[in-house]
Design a protein around this ligand. Structure first.
Ligand SMILES: NC(=O)c1ccc[n+]([C@@H]2O[C@H](COP(=O)([O-])OP(=O)(O)OC[C@H]3O[C@@H](n4cnc5c(N)ncnc54)[C@H](O)[C@@H]3O)[C@@H](O)[C@H]2O)c1
Length: 258
């Protein structure tokens, strides 16, 4: 894939899938705007992008804060002149039964996963509409498609990400902007370790036992590596995907078969 001359704006780029996506798109030629809450992680991402011979801007941005997102978008356009690709990776997970969940946990998870995706899409889309082109990829989850025990708020937030993506696909199609969502299953990142550590005991298992049980549900028998998710994101961000929009792509080693 060739992203020479393209600019990719990526949230959650400090670590995990967001970081591997930033590095992969840079490897394929893009300059990167990397946003995250964690500035020291962003500095590491920037250094690795520059080692690949690409430019990077880093923005300490909370995706729930409209002003900070708008400022990051403005900075990107001032520096690079356009935003061609948006990848929304910032996200968090929580563990609780819905009947016991605290209201502030609902606000936090829905705020980052759903509202953060909405706000970032809205701000970047306004720039892409002027350009009359763009690719948006929102990271959802298989949890958006099938309910999971003790994971109701996250499941709900990711179902919202799917619907934000589908609705924007309709609204932005006249401007030659494609919007898709990617729905990974278990991927080898800090977030997944958090799931083993916190949801394992809720299910009466140690983190290691829970990891074995979850991966046994995957026909391919393992977690995804973050880079495998990033390759699908790169494809959907490329000219090869010009006729694909409004789709929620499962990438789950056979865990979800629809
Ligand atoms: N790891 C998995 O198994 C898995 C599976 C399906 C979907 N996902 C989704 O993929 C995306 C990336 O997950 P990951 O596994 O790389 O997680 P991760 O925890 O490794 O990384 C998430 C990143 O998002 C950043 N972030 C959190 N809140 C933020 C905020 N308010 N503003 C800006 N940045 C913020 C964090 O600082 C971190 O760098 C998430 O949306 C997640 O829900 C992950």
């Amino acid at each position: 894939m060739n992203f020479e001359g393209k600019v990719a704006f990526i949230t959650g780029a400090g670590r995990g899938i967001g970081k591997t996506t930033a590095l992969l798109l840079a490897k394929y030629g893009a300059n990167i705007v990397a946003c995250d809450l964690n500035y020291s992680d962003l500095e590491k991402t920037k250094a690795e992008i520059e080692e690949l011979g690409r430019k990077a801007i880093i923005c300490e941005t909370d995706v729930t804060n409209k002003l900070q997102i708008d400022q990051a978008v403005q900075k990107s356009v001032e520096e690079f002149g356009s935003i061609d690709i948006l990848v929304n990776c910032a996200g968090i997970i929580s563990t609780s039964l819905l009947v016991e969940a605290e209201e502030d946990m609902w606000d936090k998870v829905m705020g980052i996963n759903a509202k953060g995706t909405f706000l970032t899409c809205q701000s970047v889309a306004k720039q892409m509409i002027q350009q009359k082109s763009g690719k948006i990829v929102n990271i959802s989850s298989i949890a958006s498609k099938t309910a999971e025990y003790a994971n109701g708020i996250y499941c709900t937030s990711k179902a919202a990400v799917n619907m934000i993506s589908q609705t924007l696909a309709l609204e932005l199609a006249p401007f030659n902007i494609n919007v898709n969502a990617v729905c990974p299953a278990y991927t080898n990142t800090d977030m997944m370790q958090n799931v083993f550590d916190n949801r394992g005991p809720v299910e009466g298992m140690t983190p290691e036992e829970y990891k074995k049980v979850l991966t046994s549900f995957v026909p391919l028998g393992r977690m995804a590596e973050p880079n495998e998710i990033s390759e699908l994101i790169a494809f959907l961000s490329s000219d090869k995907a010009n006729f694909i929009t409004g789709v929620t792509y499962t990438i789950a080693g056979g865990k979800e078969l629809h």
